[in-house]
Design a protein around this ligand. Structure first.
Ligand code: IVH
Length: 703
C-alpha cells in the first residue's frame, strides 16, 4: 500500500512537472485547468495521508514552473503566491469559518470581504520607484520571474508614471489579459500565416508578453487589471477595497465588477451573478476571488503553505461535455475558407445547448483522428464558437468511420479545394475554394473588394448595398455594376433609395469607368495579389492586353511566359501560382471577359488605362540603388519614386549586387558597407546630375 502510494506520488510529481512546463514555459497546455487541479489535489491528499512522502521540491510546495531561460531573472522582493480553491458552497463556508476561528472572532462580528472576478490571464508584478516604472516581471515560480519590462511598457493599461504623490517604492500586481475578440482575431492571423493556434486567451496573452521583440507585444491587444501589491514603502490604505481605490487613483484599471460582501450568502450570490454574466464579459475568467477586506486581519491571517488564509478562489465548473459526433459539415466562409464543423448530438454545456462545434481545419481533424460516430469532448468558452477538444477513445463504436476531407468544394461549382499558401509560400492550415468570384459563398465578398477604396473605389456602394443588389439578382458579377444604370427605376423604388441617392450612386459608378491598370488588377481579387504586387504587374506589362495574355499563357503552363513574369521585380512563384490558378478557373475567365467587354450599345464597360512603364533608356535603368543618410533636396520617398520611374530598383540594404549607393548627410553603416564592398558611392548632387535630363525627358516614357 505504502509502496503503491510512493510510486503514485512520484508519478504525479512527474506529470505535474510536465504540465507545468507546458503551461508556464511553452504556453501550450495539454490538459484543462480542472484536470490539472485534480492531479494536484490527488498529490496533496497522498502527501497528507503519508507525510513521509512529502519532499521539499514537491509541486505542492511550489507555484508554477521555474522561469524559462530567454529573459533575465527577477527576484520578487515579496513572493508572488497562489490562491487556494473552493469548488462549492461548503468550501466557501469552511473558508469563512477557518478565518473566524483563526482570528477568534465571535459570531456577532461581521467579516467584510471583497469579491471580484478571477481573471484568466498571467500575473505581473510592476515595480515603480519614485512613481516611475522600472521593472515588470512575470510570476515564474513565485520567487523568481522573468524580466519582461520592455514588452510590458507597450501596454496601454500600464502607466509608465503613477499619478499623484505615491510611496517611493510601489510594487503593483495584477493580471495581463487578452480580450476574447483580440484572441479570435489573433488566431485568425496565426491560421492565415500557417502558424500554430493559441489554445485560449490566457496562453495568447502569455505568448504575447514572452516575445523577444516588444513590437510584437505592442501589436497584441492586451489589457491589465490591478488587484494586489508587493513591496510598498508605506501603506496608502487600511483595507483591500481602499487599496483598489488607491490603485485606481494611481492610474490603473481595476475590475469594475468588484463588490464588497458582508456574509457567505452575499459571496455566493456574487459567484452566481458573475457566473451568469461570464459569457458576456469580453475577457475570460475562471472563478471569483474573495479577500478579507481589513488589511490588519490579512496580516494576522498570513499564509498556510503557499496560499493566503485571507483569500480563496471560488472556481466555476468547467464548461466541457462529452457528446456524439453525428457528422462533419463543411462551411465556406466569405473568403472561401473551408471550415469543418462538427454536427453534434445536442448537449447542454454550462447552461447553453450546443449542437455545432468547430474542428478548425483538415490537419486538426487528422491530429485528433476524429471519426463520425465518435464521442468527443467539447468546450464552450463564453461566446466563442465551441470547439472539439478530443476523442474519448474508450467509447469509440466499432462502426466509427474515418473522415476524408473533401477535395472538391461543396459549393455548386464543385471547384478543386487547395491548401492556402502562407506569405512565405509554405503550405498553410486553411483549405480554400478556388471558385473566387464565381463561388456563390464568396461572391459578395469579392464584389465588396472590387468596389473598395484601393480598387474601383465606388462611393455609395458599400457592403449593405452589395448584399441587397446581390439578393435582388441585380449585381451578381462585377460587370453588372456597370449595367446598373439600366435598373434606375427599380433602384428608385427600393426602400432607402430615393431619386437623389440613385443619381449619386450611378454618377459615382460612371466616374469610375476609367481605371488605372494597377487598380484594375488589384480589383480582380487574385489571391496574393495585393496593392504592391498589382502595381508591379502593371508596371511590368504596361497594358491590360499584355497582362491578360501573359496570365492566360501562364495558366496554360507556358514556360516562357512564366519566366517573363518571374523576371519582374517583386514577383515570385507564390504569386505566379496564384495568378495561374485564377486564370485556370473558367468562371473567373468568363467574369473577367464580361467585365472587359462591351455593353448593349457597343461601348466598353470599363476603360483600363495603360501603366506608366519605367524608362529603359535612362542612365540608371536596370541598376540597383540604395539611399542612405538624410537627403536635402528631396525626401527619401521622392528619391525612391524618381529612381523607380527611371527604371532603377531601389533596395534597402547594400550587397555585392548594389550598383551604387546615394549617401546623404550622416550616412552610417550602409555607407561603410558600400566602401568595404567597393560599391560606387554618390552624394545627392552627383545622383541628381546623373539622372538630370533623363528625368524630365523620360517621364511618361514607355506608355
Ligand atoms: S489575488 C496572494 N485576485 O490567480 C495571491 N489573483 O491562482 C494574490 N488571479 O496568481 C492573488 N485574478 O494570477 C488575485 N482578482 C484576482 C485575480 C487573481 C486572477 C490569478 C493570479 C494568481 C492566481 C492564483
Amino acid at each position: 500500500m505504502k509502496e503503491k502510494a510512493a510510486a503514485r506520488a512520484a508519478e504525479l510529481r512527474e506529470l505535474i512537472a510536465y504540465h507545468n512546463k507546458r503551461y508556464y514555459q511553452l504556453d501550450a497546455p495539454e490538459i484543462s485547468d480542472a484536470e490539472y487541479d485534480a492531479l494536484m489535489q490527488e498529490l496533496r491528499e497522498l502527501e497528507a495521508a503519508h507525510p513521509e512522502l512529502m519532499t521539499p521540491d514537491s509541486p505542492t510546495q511550489r507555484v508554477g514552473a521555474a522561469p524559462s531561460a530567454t529573459f533575465a531573472k527577477v527576484r520578487h522582493s515579496v513572493p508572488m503566491l497562489s490562491l487556494g480553491n473552493a469548488f462549492g458552497e461548503e468550501d466557501v463556508r469552511d473558508f469563512v469559518e477557518r478565518i473566524r476561528r483563526f482570528l477568534r472572532l465571535p459570531d456577532s462580528e461581521e467579516i467584510v470581504f471583497t469579491a471580484e472576478p478571477k481573471i484568466d490571464g498571467l500575473s505581473m508584478s510592476l515595480r515603480y520607484e519614485r512613481g516611475v516604472l522600472v521593472t515588470a516581471a512575470t510570476r515564474g515560480d513565485g520567487y523568481e520571474g522573468e524580466d519582461v519590462t520592455a514588452n510590458i511598457r507597450t501596454l496601454h493599461d500600464i502607466p509608465k508614471k503613477l499619478k499623484g504623490h505615491v510611496p517611493e517604492i510601489c510594487e503593483v500586481r495584477g493580471e495581463v489579459y487578452m480580450t476574447r475578440a483580440a484572441f479570435r482575431a489573433l488566431n485568425e492571423q496565426q491560421a492565415a500565416a500557417g502558424k500554430p493556434l493559441y489554445a485560449n486567451p490566457r496562453n495568447s496573452a502569455a505568448g504575447s508578453v514572452r516575445q523577444l521583440d516588444p513590437k510584437i507585444t505592442a501589436s497584441r491587444a492586451l489589457g491589465f487589471f490591478a488587484y494586489s501589491w508587493g513591496a510598498l514603502s508605506h501603506m496608502p490604505a487600511t483595507t483591500q477595497s481602499g487599496m483598489l481605490e488607491w490603485l485606481k487613483g494611481c492610474g490603473f484599471a481595476t475590475n469594475p465588477l468588484m463588490r464588497v460582501c458582508r456574509s457567505v450568502e452575499e459571496l455566493l450570490a456574487f459567484h452566481n451573478e458573475i457566473g451568469l454574466a461570464r459569457a458576456s464579459l469580453d475577457y475570460e475568467i475562471d472563478g471569483v476571488v474573495y479577500k478579507v477586506d481589513r488589511l490588519d486581519w490579512q496580516e494576522r491571517l498570513g499564509f498556510v503553505s503557499r496560499n493566503p488564509r485571507w483569500a480563496i478562489a471560488h472556481k466555476f465548473p468547467a464548461e466541457k461535455a462529452v457528446t456524439r459526433l453525428n457528422d462533419i459539415d463543411i462551411q465556406v466562409g466569405r473568403t472561401g475558407t473551408l471550415t469543418p464543423v462538427a454536427k453534434l448530438e445536442p448537449i447542454s454545456v454550462g447552461g447553453v445547448v450546443v449542437s455545432n462545434a468547430t474542428l478548425h481545419n483538415e490537419d486538426y481533424i487528422r491530429s485528433l483522428d476524429v471519426r463520425i460516430g465518435d464521442f468527443v469532448t467539447i468546450q464552450r468558452a463564453g461566446d466563442v464558437i465551441p470547439q472539439v477538444l478530443g476523442v474519448v477513445l474508450e467509447k469509440r463504436p466499432p462502426h466509427a468511420t474515418p473522415y476524408e476531407f473533401p477535395r472538391k468544394c461543396p459549393c455548386p461549382l464543385k471547384t478543386d479545394v487547395v491548401r492556402e499558401l502562407t506569405a512565405t509560400g509554405e503550405q498553410g492550415a486553411r483549405s480554400r475554394c478556388t471558385g473566387e468570384f464565381a463561388c456563390p459563398f464568396q461572391k459578395t465578398e469579392h464584389l465588396r473588394h472590387f468596389v473598395s477604396r484601393l480598387a474601383f473605389d465606388i462611393e455609395g456602394l458599400g457592403e449593405k448595398q452589395i448584399q441587397l443588389f446581390y439578393e435582388k439578382g441585380w449585381v451578381r458579377a462585377p460587370a453588372d455594376i456597370f449595367r446598373l444604370k439600366a435598373r434606375r427605376e427599380a433602384l428608385e423604388n427600393e426602400e432607402g433609395f430615393g431619386e437623389v441617392s440613385v443619381r449619386k450612386l450611378l454618377n459615382a459608378i460612371e466616374a469610375r469607368r476609367e481605371i488605372s491598370l494597377e487598380r484594375f488588377i488589384y480589383a480582380l481579387g487574385i489571391r496574393q495579389v495585393g496593392e504592391t504586387t498589382a502595381r508591379a504587374l502593371a508596371r511590368g506589362y504596361g497594358s491590360w492586353q499584355a497582362f491578360h495574355d501573359a496570365a492566360l499563357r501562364v495558366a496554360k503552363g507556358d514556360v516562357e511566359a512564366r519566366q517573363e513574369m518571374d523576371a519582374l521585380d517583386q514577383i515570385g512563384d507564390t504569386v505566379i501560382d496564384s495568378i495561374a490558378a485564377y486564370f485556370n478557373e473558367a468562371h473567373n475567365v468568363a467574369i473577367v471577359e464580361d467585365l472587359t467587354g462591351k455593353d448593349a450599345s457597343g461601348q466598353p464597360l470599363v476603360r483600363i488605362l495603360d501603366a506608366e512603364r519605367p524608362a529603359k533608356d535612362s542612365p540608371i535603368a536596370g541598376k540597383t540603388v540604395v539611399f542612405t543618410g538624410s537627403l536635402e533636396k528631396m525626401t527619401r520617398e521622392e528619391a525612391k519614386a524618381l529612381a523607380e520611374r527611371l527604371g532603377a530598383k531601389v533596395s534597402g540594404s547594400v550587397s555585392k549586387k548594389t550598383d551604387f549607393v546615394v549617401a546623404g548627410a550622416e550616412a552610417g553603416s550602409k555607407l561603410k558597407k558600400a566602401t568595404e564592398l567597393g560599391v560606387q558611392v554618390l552624394d545627392e548632387q552627383q545622383f541628381l546630375d546623373l539622372v538630370n535630363g533623363a528625368n524630365g525627358a523620360s517621364s511618361g516614357g514607355g506608355r
